[in-house]
Design a protein around this ligand. Structure first.
Ligand SMILES: Cc1ncc(COP(=O)(O)O)c(C=O)c1O
Length: 356
């Protein structure tokens, strides 16, 4: 290695070490007090435990002052009260078992249905609730991989996403054995470079991933152009609306005209929207929607397995998303809010108006 390269490497190593230490300090040393490495010998009385949790939570003030962006999305005190109350009602629940929790199934189905309508889905549009944007994206990529294998015989699947797209696509491709192909963005607008995407698409492409909005710049890719391209290439077009979530549909009414970005655009085949962002549900809530049942049925994300030798396993076939047990507290808060005489609609309209 040449001297200049050695010097550069030394500088990079030093900077990396500095960053590593800074990150470690930020994560580990910000929390004072006792550290538990194992179950303590003596438990804490309930009152003391709850007081401690309240005290610690009260010290986490940054988000209350509005000093964090992209971390917490909250709809104000009134909404938080509803969230807490609704969460309490369904803290003990499990949508994996609709026979035991029929109302939970109803809530999930209605949240999905409301989202299908909000994003201009047709009679065939369908979807599932998941634990967050990353899971929604993983499920969509799995759908495209399995669909392309079955319908087009694609055995070496590729997905085209922009450099500005969220890392969830990288995770999805990594987990699912899909080759990630990176498209440039326009240096002026930060939107996905459509001519570049056109050059990258080939017969192995299962999906183009577009953003509405991108996480780093908050811009919307040219969805109509990308959807038309996907249609010609016979691949899917996923719209990552995890960030825009339930806010985007309300922007036009607040005086911000938007280009079409959802199922109103022919060629948009799936869309993710995080109900735990501008839907104000607590973390652990998102939806993934598919334009048609035909594609979404392919991966059977609700898949279960028979043959455990016990009767209960057949319930697995009704599991949401990756199909696992979880609490439905988050869904109940969302459903409750949407059911509050349009309170979510009003809150979202107000949030959209405040953005002016
Ligand atoms: C555009 C976009 N996509 C996907 C995600 C992933 O969502 P989550 O953190 O809920 O997994 C985010 C999160 O901020 C996002 O902004």
């Amino acid at each position: 290695m040449g001297t200049a390269k050695l010097v550069a490497k030394g500088t990079v190593d030093k900077e990396q070490e500095k960053m590593r230490k800074k990150t470690q300090d930020m994560i580990l040393h910000n929390v004072k007090g006792e550290r538990y490495q194992a179950l303590p010998d003596a438990g804490m009385p309930k009152a003391a435990l709850l007081a401690k949790l309240r005290d610690e939570s009260a010290q986490e003030t940054k988000w209350r002052k509005g000093q964090v962006s992209g971390t917490v999305y909250h709809g104000g005190e009134e909404a938080t009260e509803v969230v807490v109350e609704a969460f309490r009602a369904f803290a003990v629940s499990n949508p994996l078992h609709p026979d035991v929790f029929p109302f939970v199934r109803k809530m999930e189905a209605e949240v999905v249905q409301m989202c299908c309508a909000m994003f201009h889905g047709g009679p065939d549009t369908c979807g599932t609730m998941t634990s967050g944007g990353t899971e929604s994206i993983i499920m969509a990529v799995k759908t495209y991989r399995d669909w392309a294998r079955a319908e087009r015989g694609v055995t070496e699947p590729e997905l085209v996403r922009c450099k500005s797209a969220h890392a969830a696509f990288d995770k999805a491709c990594h987990y699912l054995g899909v080759r990630l192909v990176e498209a440039d963005f326009d240096p002026e607008t930060f939107r996905m470079d459509v001519p570049h995407v056109r050059r990258l698409v080939n017969r192995n492409t299962i999906c183009i991933a577009a953003s509405a909005l991108t996480y780093p710049q908050g811009v919307m890719d040219d969805i109509p152009a990308l959807a038309a391209l996907a249609k010609t290439a016979r691949c899917g077009l996923h719209v990552d609306n995890c960030l825009g979530s339930l806010l985007l549909p309300f922007l036009p009414a607040a005086g911000f005209p938007l280009p079409p970005f959802d199922f109103a655009v022919p060629g948009v085949t799936s869309l993710s929207a995080d109900t735990h962002k501008y839907g104000f549900a607590p973390k652990g809530s998102s939806v993934v929607l598919y334009a048609s049942r035909e594609a979404s049925a392919r991966p059977r994300p609700r898949g279960g397995r028979c043959g455990w030798g016990v009767r209960a396993e057949v319930r697995g076939v009704t599991g949401p998303g990756r199909g696992r047990g979880r609490s439905c507290g988050s869904t109940s808060t969302l459903w409750r809010q949407t059911g509050q005489a349009g309170s979510t609609r009003r809150r979202l309209s107000r949030a959209a108006a405040r953005a002016r």
